[in-house]
Design a protein around this ligand. Structure first.
Ligand SMILES: Nc1ncnc2c1ncn2[C@@H]1O[C@H](COP(=O)(O)OP(=O)(O)OP(=O)(O)O)[C@@H](O)[C@H]1O
Ligand SMILES: [Mg+2]
Length: 471
């Protein structure tokens, strides 16, 4: 039976549990250097042509160095990735470029270190009769014990980084180690009113269970009489959404890079029977090196087989969700298709003047117009992801997520290296790392109601699994 759900509006706005030194309440390691030295990659191959393969430490410097990068890299591709080259704009209007696919112009085949597999992989491929063996499935993490460790007075609350359907996310600074984190604050009244208690409790539970390079780290949760609080790593580079709107659309290799990181994350989640259900550029954050972190587990749920809840964001909903049918993990592969389409085109395939009803009609009709500039391999993958026929949808077939990873569009991706973040990102956000630089995030009006209130809590029975900060 379909469950009463919740649909989000699409916005048109203009370390792990064991690495305790990263924990918000860990002692100060070096008061003068909040920056954790990051690894220098052992890049044996080349890199994205529009990104220098220098050490992360130098990349994460200033906006000034960003503009230097832009001026030294090949102009066409760099321009399209350089946010300053485009005016800030609201939702892009769908515009199909008249020119057909030209491998030498828009879609520069330039991911050298994705293209050349290592010798080991070549040998592995030969030994497997030509089939590239995929990285071993990461061992499912045992749930991290995050409950009850933190309280509001542990943090100094700073500006809002983003707002969502039930609350907002703040930049905060730990009073213990001076490091910066993000705290998602959910208003209990709103959560209960919108019937999202179960989803909110799931959000915490799912986040506690996962541990993956491309998924946000949750450090802990607590509550007061009005709000729920979730302490996460602060991902400094801003939303992929902002980068995409500023860039209009991404070149083929750039879209491929982000899509590949998302694919690894989905592969991991699905191996644990977790459906994510809210894939969209707003929930994909860029870390200081330009790698993705998926945030917002508000709709993530452990589903071994089938579920019915109507939830997600209109443009990204699979037809079986729109039609209130039972659905499974494959809705995430449909959404991956929508995401890749949006990255390549700058608009979603079923977008229609902003009316959700019209979008749903289009989703059910299922007709997608592929602009001529889309790479033929990309189009082939999209046709196999954005298909209502569940017996044909890639990711939902016998090979599971491996079928997606083995698709020709991803042929040059060396998945093992990607998983290790051993492939340079196409765009390094111009942020000063480790100092609470929120310049990549839009500004929002701040909350006026004080946090940490101790009065009556009419919602106490709904969130019993969360430690109350004053108990
Ligand atoms: N760990 C983080 N670091 C930096 N910014 C973050 C982090 N988590 C979330 N944000 C920002 O806050 C925004 C809202 O967070 P989130 O998506 O979790 O809230 P939500 O209420 O579920 O949103 P929505 O209903 O719009 O999907 C994100 O889109 C992002 O811009
Ligand atoms: Mg969100």
């Amino acid at each position: 039976m379909p469950t009463l759900g919740f649909l989000k509006k699409k916005r048109t706005k203009d370390s792990t549990g064991s690495r305790d030194l990263d924990s918000p309440t860990s002692p100060v390691k070096d008061a003068h250097s909040p920056i954790t030295p990051t690894l220098t990659k052992s890049t044996t191959g080349g890199s994205f042509s529009f990104n220098q393969s220098k050490s992360s430490a130098t990349q994460e410097s200033t906006a000034a160095s960003h503009s230097t990068q832009a001026s030294t890299a090949p102009s066409k591709t760099v321009d399209s990735m350089n946010p300053s080259a485009y005016p800030q704009q609201a939702y892009a209007t769908p515009q199909a470029s008249p020119e057909p696919y030209q491998p030498s112009s828009h879609n520069v085949p330039s991911i050298q270190n994705m293209i050349h597999p290592t010798n080991a992989q070549e040998q592995n491929k030969a030994a497997n009769g030509g089939v590239v063996q995929q990285p071993a499935q990461p061992v499912p993490a045992t749930p991290r014990v995050t409950k009850g460790k933190y309280t509001l007075p542990d943090f100094q609350i700073q500006r809002t980084l983003g707002t969502g359907s039930f609350g907002r996310v703040h930049l905060v600074q730990s009073k213990h180690n001076q490091r910066f984190y993000a705290i998602k604050v959910l208003k209990k009244a709103q959560v209960v009113k919108m019937k999202q208690v179960e989803h909110t409790n799931d959000e915490r539970r799912m986040l506690q269970q996962v541990k993956h390079p491309f998924l946000i780290t949750l450090w802990g949760t607590f509550q007061d009489s009005k709000n729920l609080y979730m302490v996460m790593d602060f991902v400094e580079g801003g939303e992929l959404f902002s980068l995409l709107r500023k860039s209009q659309r991404f070149p083929n290799p750039v879209a491929k890079f982000y899509a590949a990181e998302v694919t690894l994350a989905l592969d991991y989640l699905h191996a644990q029977n977790i459906i994510y259900r809210d894939l969209k550029p707003e929930n994909l954050l860029l870390d200081r090196h330009g790698h993705l972190k998926i945030t917002d587990f508000g709709f993530a749920k452990e589903v071994p087989d089938i579920t019915w809840t109507l939830c997600g964001t209109p443009d990204y909903l699979a037809p079986e969700v729109v039609a209130s049918k039972g659905y499974n993990k494959s809705v995430d592969w449909w959404s991956l298709g929508i995401l890749i389409f949006e990255m390549l085109c700058g608009f979603t395939p079923f977008w229609d003047g902003g009316s959700p009803m019209k979008i749903y009609e289009n989703i059910l009709k299922g007709r997608v117009k592929y602009p001529p500039y889309i790479h033929p391999d990309a189009q082939d993958l999209l046709q196999k992801l954005i298909t209502p026929d569940l017996t044909k949808r890639l990711g939902n077939l016998h090979g599971g997520s491996k079928d997606v990873m083995n698709h020709p569009w991803f042929a040059e991706v060396t998945w093992e290296r990607l998983q290790k973040k051993d492939i340079d990102a196409p765009y390094v956000p111009p942020v000063r790392a480790g100092v609470g630089d929120a310049s990549q995030f839009d500004k929002y009006p701040e909350e006026t109601e004080a946090y940490g209130q101790t009065g009556d809590d009419p919602y106490v029975k709904f969130f019993t699994n969360l430690k109350h900060q004053l108990t």
